[in-house]
Write a protein that binds this ligand. Structure first.
Ligand code: SME
Length: 173
């Protein structure tokens, strides 16, 4: 299944990056995040800023945002992109699986997953995604960080390595 919907005027289709450019873009984004978050302690401000800066530097970020752990389920937090689902149960979809297993999920083709159970299609333009669990300094799961691309195969171990690092520095210390 690969349905599509018209993108709103403020959203652009994803552009994938070759490995070298991807690493350079992450290095620049990480620097900008560190500079802008210096001394900041409010997690919501950090989440909003991380979304903005990663989406600015990485052109295949179609939807980027956090789902917060609230009352035993995931509820949408700061994000940039088309309308996201409001609540996701643990174990449901890619975000719910990342929360339940507390492990990064790399999905090169979301349409290969069972729709509604293994993947929740908030926007039919999403084709690949990565979801990284976010822990606080005590090791408690506080959120998951979700990035969707409108192209297949946008995410790999490079994304995983940089994003795990960003989340650890921003929320784990
Ligand atoms: N793709 C997610 C749902 C959230 S949206 O993409 C914003 C999932 O299946 O977990």
């Amino acid at each position: 299944m690969s349905a599509s919907a018209e993108m709103p005027y403020f959203i652009r289709p994803s552009v994938n990056l070759p490995e070298g450019e991807k690493i350079a873009a992450y290095e620049a984004a990480v620097q900008a995040i560190a500079a802008n978050l210096e001394g900041e302690t409010d997690p919501i401000l950090k989440m909003a800023t991380i979304n903005c800066l990663l989406k600015t530097y990485l052109p295949y970020y179609y939807w980027v945002g956090f789902y917060l752990v609230r009352d035993g389920r995931l509820s949408v937090g700061p994000y940039q992109g088309t309308l996201g689902c409001l609540h996701i149960a643990f174990g449901r979809g890619v975000c719910g699986r990342a929360a339940q297993e507390r492990r990064t999920q790399l999905v090169p083709d979301v349409h290969a997953l069972a729709q509604g159970s293994e993947h929740i299609a908030c926007d039919p333009n999403s084709q690949s995604e990565i979801v990284v669990p976010v822990f606080d300094a005590s090791g408690h799961l506080i959120a998951v960080f979700d990035v969707d691309s409108s192209l297949p195969g946008s995410f790999d171990e490079i994304d995983q390595q940089f994003l795990v690092g960003v989340m650890g520095v921003a929320f784990g210390r």
